[in-house]
Design a protein around this ligand. Structure first.
Ligand code: 5RP
Length: 295
């Protein structure tokens, strides 16, 4: 207990000095509570406002995906080069040591596997909020299929996660899942992203599109990160990444284009150079080739 008497008198009140306060830098998050802003500031680099998320949650619908057969051998080497890891609770507990201290985007939905095709998006919330707190999740990832057969089910999952997360200060990442029959164009992606943001998602993960992507990002009041999608030749993946950032994305949440690259560790560092340092695709490829040779 502090003594009641004999203390040095408080004098450093800085009378006349304005209270030091900064607007919060993550798009659309200025009015969020402290815990939310703290988590978002661990995801988005305060200097660049951007993020490189490493997605390796594919196994929950695909099983041992190429490049992820042994997550202890492959993913662990990539984690230090990422800003956030996106995975299932099973992969997290089994393969990622908590001492890595990396922000976690926890996949909280569960459903059908790729084997059931059309029913792929018939999901439920598979990880409750207490489990997300226990795992110290930085954000919860929920996929929503706008315009699909299970739109209503996936929207219900999203709002359930958002409501639960809002109670505990954990933001939600809305992932726009695109059904096979849907066009991945700016009109669709812009609508899906906007709907998820309006429903309360704090960050949106969507796909890049060649035409009009700047309208997708402009029309979304919260940050957009792009998914990588199927494996592309390295320079193409870097170009997509560069264009997405140039057109307003706040980062990437990439999986296959990193862990299926010839040299995944070199690839993630080249992607970082684009996202955080604004390097052009040619320069990023040079960085990739150099690191590949050194490695
Ligand atoms: C799908 C996901 C996956 O984690 C993610 O899209 C996979 O990343 P990539 O497409 O870059 O391999 O969120 O809903």
């Amino acid at each position: 207990m502090p003594e009641e008497s004999g203390n040095i008198e408080a004098q450093r009140f800085g009378v006349g000095v304005p209270m030091q306060e900064e607007p919060f830098y993550v798009r659309g998050s200025n009015h969020l509570d402290w815990g939310m802003q703290d988590r978002l500031s661990r995801m988005f680099n305060p200097k660049t406002g951007k993020t490189v998320m490493l997605a390796f949650d594919h196994g929950y619908i695909m099983g041992p995906t190429s490049g992820l057969e042994r997550m202890d051998l492959t993913v662990r080497r990539l984690v230090p080069h990422s800003d956030v890891i996106m995975c299932t609770r099973g992969a997290l507990r089994a393969t990622i040591p908590p001492t890595f201290s990396k922000p976690v985007s926890l996949r909280v939905t569960a459903g059908s596997t790729v084997l059931v095709g059309d029913d792929l998006f018939n999901e439920c919330i598979g990880v409750d909020i207490e489990e997300a707190v226990r795992l110290n999740a930085t954000i919860m990832a929920v996929q929503v299929c706008i315009g699909g057969k299970y739109e209503h089910v996936t929207i219900r999952n999203l709002v359930q996660a958002i409501d639960a997360g809002n109670k505990y200060g954990i933001p939600t990442l809305g992932v726009t899942a695109v059904g096979r029959e849907m066009a991945r164009d700016a009109r669709y992606l812009g609508m899906a992203s906007r709907v998820l943001a309006e429903l309360g998602a704090h960050v949106i993960k969507t796909y890049y599109c060649e035409e009009g992507f700047e309208r997708v990002t402009a029309g979304c009041p919260v940050p957009i990160v792009i998914a990588g999608g199927k494996k592309l030749p390295e320079l193409e993946a870097m170009t997509m990444c560069y264009n997405a950032i140039d057109q307003g994305a706040c980062g990437v949440d990439m999986g296959r284009n990193i862990f299926q690259a010839d040299d995944p560790v070199a690839m993630i560092q080249a992607v970082r150079a684009i996202v955080h340092d604004g390097e052009k695709p040619d320069k990023a490829l040079e960085i990739y080739e150099t690191l590949k040779q050194e490695g």
